[in-house]
Design a protein around this ligand. Sequence first.
Ligand code: HPA
Length: 272
Amino acid sequence: MPGYYEIEESAKRIQKILPVTGDLAVVLGSGLSPFADRLTETKALEYSEIPNFPVSTVEGHRGRLVTGNFSGKPILVMQGRFHLYEGYSAKQVVFPIRVLRALGIKKLLLTNAAGAVNTAYAPGDLMLITDHLNCTGQNPLTGANDERLGSRFPDLTEVYSARIRKIFVDAASAEKIPLRQGVYIAVPGPAYETPAEIKMYRILGADACGMSTVPEAIAARHIGLETAGLSCITNMGAGILTGNLSHDEVTHTAGNVMDAFVRLMHRAIAQM
Ligand code: HPA
């Protein structure tokens, strides 16, 4: 199991090949990889070149780190992430987040593709995550706690920074981009949900549902990163509309919202 030594080792290798100068990192979700093309003066490093890093096995997830400038700032982008459904443990899923901190990252923006649980939402909507429900059945902090990372019992009252959320709400309003705000429920996947499950998640208070982000957000809070989450609603949850769900639909819709996503990110990151 990768621990503190491995985190430092990975960070050292990355700094050697891909110097990280900024303090902001963005994790790109399914179908959102093209965001990295909007950076200038980019440099990239494949995950396979980084010791201890897992490799991304999902279509629509590239599997590399990219540095570059965006909105006048040096940023680091994770083009592709790791999911529990790939068979990785929760600790492996959050390993890169811990490496980010070792690289000097202080602010983290987690993005994802998600299904709408809230029936008022529509595919193509963007949703700022206000809070989450962890229904993965796992927690990345299970097991021995390394105090060099964070405390045994971290507080999750404000996982998603109120300061960054306000920046996003103001940026969306300035760009005239409708922005939902809601609760994200993380589920294990990889099967999409049944209509009965989507109904249950709605009763539990979820607005959107997906298979990522929450383990990373918990680990980020644990190590003291200021964190925000942005969901691209790619489809209605199972049973809300007729028809079946597919990964193609998810990546296709994410591609269609890219322009609004980039505009929102541009204005928000300038303020972060
Ligand atoms: N369910 C779970 N994860 C998802 C969905 C969904 O409907 N859409 C995109 N990621």
